[in-house]
Design a protein around this ligand. Structure first.
Ligand code: BDR
Ligand code: CA
Length: 339
């Protein structure tokens, strides 16, 4: 059987240690056709995110992939960086020389629109994978709703059914720009775009050990070395013997959807709330049909956005997929493998 055609994808990132892990997978896996990368303020300032993203793609030998900068701040809130998690340069302070490549002159929204319009014309819809606050995506779907014709689906990292990280209730990407996340879910429901939420219920489960990272870092292959450095940075920062590949798990979900247990559930984003702004409110009530549901006590009705919420992940398969891809250029003796 011939290999199936690579899946066309676009990543929207706030690179970001784990966004970098995702970019390496997206850039290098033969099952993916990385059409563009768009950047947004999040883990670091927009300019830093663009610089980090260009550096990762150059390391992966993918200077053919256009990279565009987008929103410098969320729709309503000021930008809030996460250097305490990702380091001063937003990508693990690895001391790598910057890329000399310039970003695409278009705004991220314009690049997304161009790529999705072309995809619609060719009948090859793209999977959009936002790994960051969804400011660019909200602007895109409101400015150019016709872009939905070029979208196969959206698989976003963000939110959670059960937990938070930025606050007790909210995950960072949604917390950073709750209005944008709400707009994206609203637009997806209106435009009929299927959405998968790869949130904190699975995000931390896909892990690589310090020993595996050290083997990567010792490789002669620049991709493996960068991948190892990113994981080792996290092990050091959090004093742990392993670290998550984070956003890279959402890219694994595109390649290996069977490794994810999802349930289609109504989701809303909390935009007010004393303690819960930015929480994804996932309706897990057993009977949402109205039968035994106490509608007298629920004036909201069901959320219009039905989302495939990731509730469990085959963490071993995803970690192996990531490790196998980023070490593919290493010699057999130095590449880490799990048996
Ligand atoms: C998300 O927030 C960022 O810190 C990571 O890059 C990831 O996208 C996790 O909450
Ligand atoms: Ca991210």
């Amino acid at each position: 059987m011939p290999d199936p055609k690579p899946i066309p994808i676009v990543l929207d990132v706030d690179t970001g240690v784990d966004d970098a892990c995702a970019l390496l997978l997206g850039a290098r896996h033969p099952g993916l056709d990385l059409r563009a990368v768009t950047c947004v303020a999040g883990n670091a300032s927009l300019d830093q995110v663009v610089a980090n993203t260009l550096l990762v793609l150059e390391t992966a030998g993918r200077t053919d992939v256009p990279v565009a900068g987008g929103a410098r701040r969320p729709l309503l809130e000021p930008a809030r960086e996460a250097r305490h998690v990702h380091g001063d340069d937003g990508m693990g302070d690895l001391g790598l020389p910057p890329s000399t490549r310039a970003a695409d002159p278009r705004h991220a929204v314009e690049l997304l629109h161009a790529v999705l319009t072309g995809a619609a014309e060719r009948g090859e819809p793209v999977t959009l994978v936002p790994l960051a606050p969804m400011t660019n995506i909200a602007l895109l779907l409101r400015m150019y709703p016709d872009a939905a014709r070029g979208l196969a689906r959206i698989v976003f990292m963000g939110g959670a059914a059960l937990v938070g990280n930025a606050t007790a209730a909210a995950e960072f990407n949604v917390w950073h720009d709750p209005e944008a996340a709400a707009v994206v879910l609203d637009a997806a429901a209106e435009l009929g775009i299927p959405v998968t939420m790869y949130g904190l219920d699975v995000f931390y489960d896909v892990r690589v050990t310090r020993a595996e990272a050290a083997a990567l870092a010792a490789s002669a292959d620049p991709v493996a070395r960068l991948a190892g450095g990113l994981v080792l940075f996290q092990c050091e920062r959090f004093g742990a013997d392993d670290a998550t590949v984070g956003d890279a798990g959402a890219v694994c979900a595109v390649l290996l959807p069977d490794g994810l247990r999802t349930q289609q559930l109504p989701v809303r984003v909390e935009l007010a709330g004393s303690w819960t702004r930015g929480q994804t409110v996932v309706d897990q009530r057993a009977d949402r049909s109205g039968g035994s549901l106490d509608h007298a006590h629920d004036p909201h009705g069901l959320a219009p956005a039905l989302v495939d919420v990731a509730l469990a992940v085959d963490a071993k398969a995803y970690a192996e997929l990531w490790l196998g891809t980023v070490s593919a250029g290493s010699s057999a003796s130095s590449s880490p493998s799990r048996s």
